[in-house]
Design a protein around this ligand. Structure first.
Ligand code: EPU
Length: 416
């Protein structure tokens, strides 16, 4: 199993280009199922989750041509609207095929994702929404079996803000008969990117980016060329790493407008940040100050940046309260950070992080994607060598992380 070995203690300095967003690419790839015409997606990040989604689509019969960061998908012939457990269990985002399949083919069989390291993560709102649109849904042997002659538009209120739930129902509604109104919809930038792609395919969507999205169904969608938005979580991770190492980093191709909550907190920690067009420059002259954060749906502070901010706070001056409100078990990184000498107490859904002058390298284990990112940040600031085991989690969501951090001066290597 591959590991990362990090010699801590170097400041990150230099320039890095932000990759395409994983959580925008995944629903956009699934959206190819909505049309019989070819769809060409560019700025697709080279990540394990993207490869899993492509494999899943191929298994259904979608023809795929992939070149570096571009993928052309042709879902003219879909042999089987089926997402098997072996792929869904490695990537929950496979559930994003459910809405498009039932909308275009009138049938889908998609494995239930089950729980995962960060929490229970039910998909009841995806199922309720499709049921409200007229799908008949049965859960059989761990599979969601959905059938519908043609979905019908309706008003759907989601009692929890769900990102992939909003995306699934928005995609399904594109081909429904009549108008669907999604209330309490997710406002995440990735939902907006998906909506833009769907609109370019001929969908009639309004209100994306607000909490009420209205979709007027059409009978068919067309092919499209779409470039995936840059990854705000990858960008935020580089910025947090730069701040923790008291570095000076420039991000190019950055999604500046979707980084507000993260940049505000980094400024509070003492970073100087200039952001314009698609460039963000961060410099950190002194030890970071502790910053408390509370995760919330967009435009609040993203849960996908919580672990990285715990890492930043472990070496900050003062004590920070980091509260997780989205997932019930997203503090798995805390016990690994403690192995590096971090002083963190957990009180319910809050991590109380007492900043230390220094951390000391150790062997640690990655438990999920963003937890891994926090261990990388801690390893960059710790004295001595940190070895991170199980980095397949990291490869699900960060493209060539070691070479890109290496270009910023980190002493980091992948070892067998
Ligand atoms: N929820 C329900 N019922 C549902 C759906 C969600 O109760 O039917 C709950 C969840 O259990 C959770 C909350 O609603 O407590 C929010 O979950 P959401 O559905 O928004 O999460 P998701 O769509 O499964 C996406 C991202 C996650 C990110 C969350 C929150 C993708 C592919 N994944 O997950 O990304 O943490 O939104 O922003 O878009 C990551 O990239 O590391 C990652 C985990």
């Amino acid at each position: 199993m591959q590991k990362l070995s990090i010699q801590g203690g170097t400041r990150l300095a230099g320039e890095v280009r932000v990759a395409g967003a994983k959580n925008a690419a995944l629903p956009i790839l699934a959206a190819c199922l909505l049309t019989a015409a070819p769809v060409r997606i560019s700025n697709v990040p080279q990540l394990n989750d993207v490869r899993t989604m492509v494999k899943l689509l191929q298994r259904m019969g979608v023809a795929v041509e992939a070149h570096a960061h571009a993928v052309t998908l042709d879902a003219r012939h879909v042999a089987e609207p089926f997402a098997p457990y072996d792929l869904v269990k490695t990537m929950r985002a496979s559930i994003l095929t459910l809405g498009p399949l039932v909308a275009r083919f009138g049938e889908a069989r998609v494995s239930l994702p089950g729980g995962c390291a960060i929490g229970e993560r039910p998909v009841d709102l995806h199922i309720k929404g499709l049921t409200a649109m007229g799908a008949e849904i049965a859960i059989e042997s761990g599979y969601i079996h959905a059938k519908a002659r043609r979905l019908e538009g309706t008003r759907i209120f989601m009692d929890t803000v769900t990102v992939t739930g909003t995306e699934n129902l928005m995609m399904a509604a594109c081909l429904a008969q009549g108008t669907t109104v999604l209330e309490n919809a997710a406002r995440e930038p990735e939902v907006i990117d998906l909506a833009r792609c769907l609109v370019a395919m001929g969908a009639k969507i309004r209100g994306h980016g607000s909490d009420v999205i209205t979709i007027e169904g059409v009978s068919a969608l067309f092919g499209v060329e779409h470039a995936v938005m840059p990854d705000r979580i990858e960008a935020g991770t580089f910025l947090a790493a730069a701040a923790a190492t008291r570095g000076e980093v420039t991000l190019t191709g950055a999604p500046v407008e979707s980084l507000d909550a993260v940049m505000e907190k980094l400024r509070e920690a003492g970073a100087r940040i200039e952001a314009a067009d698609s460039t963000v420059r961060l410099s950190m002259a002194a030890r970071p100050k502790a910053v408390s954060v509370r995760t919330a749906p967009h435009p609040g502070f993203p849960t996908d940046m919580q672990a990285q901010f715990i890492a930043l706070n472990t070496v900050a001056e003062g004590t920070a309260l980091v509260t997780e409100t989205i997932f019930e078990n997203r503090f798995m990184h805390v016990q690994e950070l403690r192995r590096l000498g971090a002083h963190i107490d957990i009180q319910g859904n809050t991590a109380v992080v007492h900043g230390m002058e220094a951390l000391a390298g150790a062997t640690v284990m990655a438990t999920d994607l963003r937890a891994s990112a926090s261990l990388v940040i801690a390893g960059l600031v710790a004295d001595g060598t940190t070895v991170i085991d199980r980095i397949y989690h990291l490869d699900r969501g960060y493209e060539h992380i070691e070479s890109r951090l290496g270009e910023l001066g980190a002493r980091i290597a992948r070892v067998a």
